[in-house]
Ligand binder design. Sequence first.
Ligand code: DQA
Length: 144
Amino acid sequence: MSNIVYVLNGPNLNLLGLREPEIYGTQTLDDIAGLLEDRAQELGLEIDMRQSNHEGHLIDWMHEAQGTGAKAVLLNAGAYTHTSVALHDAIKSIRTPVIEVHLSNPHTREAFRHTSYVGMAAKGSIAGFGANSYLLALEAAARL
Ligand code: DQA
């Protein structure tokens, strides 16, 4: 097993900072990558941060994480969280632990966000702490 933690981000997360800042905050995805890199170094880990608006890319990257022996995957699947049986199956198809991450707390929002196909398959979930959700998920990954 390697010390690499994949951090996979789904649709519309490339627009963080601009996108509904009252919900998602003003930090960009690059800002979050910087915070994660600093903390990862302290924890003796490396992060590989990626974003795609395409469901299949997220699936391919999870297969890749399994193939390369990654330590864990942190997955913020954005809206695919609530729709994607394919992502659910991909999580179940790999041995690499997957931690679900959300900036907001979907359970306090619209009803259509209350179902998580990702959460039903993930090792655990962290949501509602803004950018800190990613840092908390990294801490959890370090302790696996
Ligand atoms: C999100 C929550 C999802 O419901 C939403 O579709 C997103 C962002 C979050 O990080 O809070 O795109 O995953």
